[in-house]
Write a protein that binds this ligand. Structure first.
Ligand code: CP3
Length: 369
């Protein structure tokens, strides 16, 4: 503890289960690691109880609450990794934008960016420790409280995905307001994407310094871009993030950590993403595991990709689908996950069946090897 009673990022408990980190780094594993996007979420009754009546972003600003919510799913299921409870939209907040989580509606920006002049409303320099230090504290506290059971993943939204929220002002089916900028204001779009990239790099470095052992970059809105726009407005920034984070970790004498890029509905970019300095490419369910393996070409580890809705199936059926997924990906350089986050109406028992099926089938397949 320091003088302000903050737990410091040092003397972390020794890691007992490195299966996830080994698979992410492309090292040999004797099991297939598994975790779920949105594993800390509303499908758990204890999550709903902890969150009840509290503002979402207030919760994000409480390191103790984030720590508790991160640990909840691990008390139920033998996941091989934890992901820090937070949100991608804390970055637009750090740039000075107001974001609220409206129950039943989702994230809402009361004053979204409408025209390039609105960029002047954003902070030009962001003191990342001052604005996002609460996330770093949550990471340090959680890393201690995990007691070395499994590694802790930090994360960020990717620049394009954050730009869509900042312009749309919330969720959107077409992303037409944000895409209008790409066609009409390409130069201003690049300015915004550069600004976001700079903050994201500092933010990820701060997460590693605080104790994150892997990083995932969520490009959740890749699907509304075609290959040409992805190559111009998303991929270069994803590459810059990986390159700079790795360079700066080295300079700062911090451990290199594996990085995961998850571009939802961006399978057209799989070859490029496999050569973009990320150790792991996350996949949604719209791509066949064997086809993905071929196209990724042995350069990276893969993560995914069961359709989250498959968890609505009877438990035996979940087991069969997991078996097919594992046979398709193989047991090496592979991290089992869903192709997107868990939904609030999912049955925790079926999440348990998914995790259990990964562990039991992977044990069998690893013995057969
Ligand atoms: O368990 C985990 O995965 C860690 C926590 C996490 C949250 N959001 C918590 C959360 C992570 C990794 C995210 C990332 C995130 N947030 C993404 C990228 C992943 C993806 O889904 O593509 C995006 C696009 C967001 C933005 C966001 N935050 C949305 C669209 C929503 C849903 C709004 C709704 O009402 O359905 C959120 C809210 C949110 N973030 C919740 C959680 C658990 C639910 C709201 C609550 O708890 O009150």
């Amino acid at each position: 503890m320091d003088k302000d009673n903050h737990i410091l990022p040092k003397d972390f408990p020794e890691l007992q289960n490195d299966c996830f980190l080994r698979a992410a780094r492309g090292e040999e594993t004797t099991c297939v690691p598994v975790w779920c996007m949105r594993q800390a979420g509303r499908y758990l009754p204890e999550f709903r109880e902890s969150r009840a009546g509290k503002d979402f972003f207030e919760t994000c600003r409480s390191p103790e609450a984030c720590c508790e919510l991160t640990l909840q799913p691990l008390r139920r299921f033998p996941f091989d990794a934890a992901i820090i409870f937070s949100d991608i939209l804390v970055v637009p907040q750090a740039l000075g934008m107001d974001v609220q989580m409206v129950p039943g509606k989702g994230p809402t920006f009361p004053e979204p960016l409408k025209e390039p002049e609105d960029l002047l409303r954003l902070r030009t320099t962001v003191d990342v420790s001052a604005e996002l230090g609460y996330v770093f504290k949550a990471i340090t506290l959680t890393r201690h409280k995990l007691e070395g059971k499994v590694p802790l993943i930090g994360f960020t939204g990717a620049p394009w995905t954050l730009m869509t929220y900042m312009i749309e002002g919330g969720g959107s089916n077409t992303m037409s307001k944000a895409k209008r900028w790409l066609y009409r204001h390409p130069e201003a779009s690049h300015r915004l994407l550069v600004q976001l990239t700079d903050v994201i790099v500092e933010y990820l470095l701060g997460q590693v310094a605080a104790g994150a052992q892997a990083l995932q970059v969520f490009e959740s809105h890749a699907g509304c871009l075609g290959p040409a726009q992805f190559n111009e407005f998303a991929l270069p920034y994803l590459r810059t993030i990986a390159r700079k984070v790795k360079e700066k970790l080295k300079e700062a004498g911090l451990d290199d950590v594996p990085m995961i890029v998850f571009a939802k509905d961006g399978h057209y970019a799989l070859e490029d993403l496999s050569q973009s300095q990320y150790e792991v490419v996350g996949l949604d369910w719209t791509i066949d595991p064997q086809a993905a393996r071929k196209r990724a070409g042995g350069r990276v580890s893969l993560q995914g990709n069961l359709d989250p809705c498959a968890l609505y199936a009877p438990k035996e059926k979940i087991g069969e689908m997991v078996k097919m997924m594992l046979e398709g990906f193989g047991t090496q350089r592979y991290i089992a996950n869903l192709g997107h986050g868990l939904y609030p109406d999912m049955d925790p028992e079926h999440v348990g069946a998914f995790v259990e099926a990964v562990h039991s089938h992977s044990r069998q397949l690893c013995q057969l090897k």
